[in-house]
Write a new protein. Sequence first.
Length: 227
Amino acid sequence: MSGTNKSADVGLPEVMTVAQIRAAEARTMAHTPEAALMDRAAHGLAAACAGLLERRDIDVSGAQIVVLAGTGNNGGDALLAGARLAELGAVVTAIGVGATAHQRGLATARAAGVSWCHADSPPGLATALETVTAAAMVIDGIAGIGSSPGLRAPADRIVEAIPPRAIVVAVDVPSGFDADSGQVPKTHVEADLTVTFTARKPCLVEPEASHYAGEIVVVDVGVSLDR
């Protein structure tokens, strides 16, 4: 499902490893709050989701969107983007995948009218599976660039339940992939669009792995690239 790679800023580097991204983020957060970077990421993510819905002739207003929110900042980005889409009239449900949720992201999403359920119990998992099967769009914020390969329970079951007709948007990298590797893990997300930040990650350019990233949009969130 590979597609055209697009960059929001042609001045951005082509590819950066996880270590390079982490170092650049650390330099940037010495003078820029992390929350500001996340807000920019969420703005770019929400805009890309709305644009893709429009291209598929789906009205954002009333669209059934499911956010899969992991415990880290990718989950926070997805929740903040879900809040923006809810403000545009989308019907957004966020599903917690993991022991905790990004607190600011979750609070912002709930304040915007996003429904919330957690997949950490049998009743919650059943609700999550039912919700995912009805989605027009699924935003994958399960895992970040520092995660190990593959998906664990309950994420694996939820991802398996995504219907083929649903549009899947991955945050930074499709969950399940090692960002620095071109290897394809046994369990992973297959995206129609990957919205990545600052630069493409190695797994988004390696031929076999990149097949599962779909179209790639690179969003400049203001990370300092000066050494």
